[in-house]
Write a protein that binds this ligand. Structure first.
Ligand SMILES: O=P(O)(O)OC[C@H]1O[C@H](OP(=O)(O)OP(=O)(O)O)[C@H](O)[C@@H]1O
Ligand SMILES: O=c1cc[nH]c(=O)[nH]1
Length: 182
């Protein structure tokens, strides 16, 4: 896999997350009725970052949960379009009844992971609504799913892979585009 471009550096990622936090607060008229749910792996530190920013902006501690969803694919380069995500674990310990549940993931691509995440949330309770935030929307949706909050829209070809690195997992904050090996 060959790196082509670096799209977002640490400062740009931080600015995007700050903007998304403000948009979340604006759309929901404050942070009182929110629940943030990070989709593993990198949706979790992103959601934690947004939780901290909301705390700084409004002094509200938004409840936080995690979903572990994996594709049967274990290699993005070999991905075909019929693999379905599997829910490995659900860690949502609060009551989500009538809450605005905000799912956070790093990359939105086919939408299949988000669909599985919505199923997992609906199994836990009955939220008022589910919203979606993604650091990167790279297009190529296979389901009628869109994000309410997007860090950056990155038009990609199917030959490309978006790689998100976050300091909590990867010791660096960086979003890059790679070209698949042909
Ligand atoms: O819209 P989709 O086609 O479902 O793709 C998006 C998902 O793919 C990536 O996860 P991946 O399976 O690579 O796991 P990881 O985040 O743990 O690396 C990414 O983090 C999203 O969760
Ligand atoms: O390019 C992609 C597609 C799905 N998930 C990623 O992390 N990158």
């Amino acid at each position: 896999m060959k790196k082509k471009t670096e799209i977002l550096d640490a400062a740009a990622i931080n600015r995007a997350l700050t903007r998304m936090s403000h948009e979340i607060l604006e759309k929901n008229k404050g942070g009182e009725n929110l629940v943030l749910i990070g989709i593993k792996t990198r949706g979790v530190p992103l959601a934690k970052n947004i939780q901290e920013k909301i705390k700084q902006i409004e002094d509200i501690e938004v409840p936080f949960g995690e979903l572990d969803i994996t594709m049967y694919r274990d290699d993005l380069e070999k991905k075909d379009h019929h693999e379905e995500p599997r829910i490995n674990s659900v860690s949502i310990d609060m009551d989500i009844t009538n809450k605005q549940v905000i799912l956070i993931d790093d990359v939105l691509y086919t939408g299949r992971t988000v669909r599985a995440a919505m199923d997992a949330v609906m199994d836990v309770g009955r939220p008022a609504a589910i919203q979606l935030g993604a650091l990167v929307d790279r297009g190529h949706r296979e389901l009628p799913i869109r994000a309410d909050y997007v860090g950056k829209n990155i038009p990609t070809s199917e030959q490309e892979i978006v790689v998100v690195q976050l300091s909590e997992k990867d010791q660096v904050d960086l979003v890059s585009i790679y070209e698949k090996n042909t």
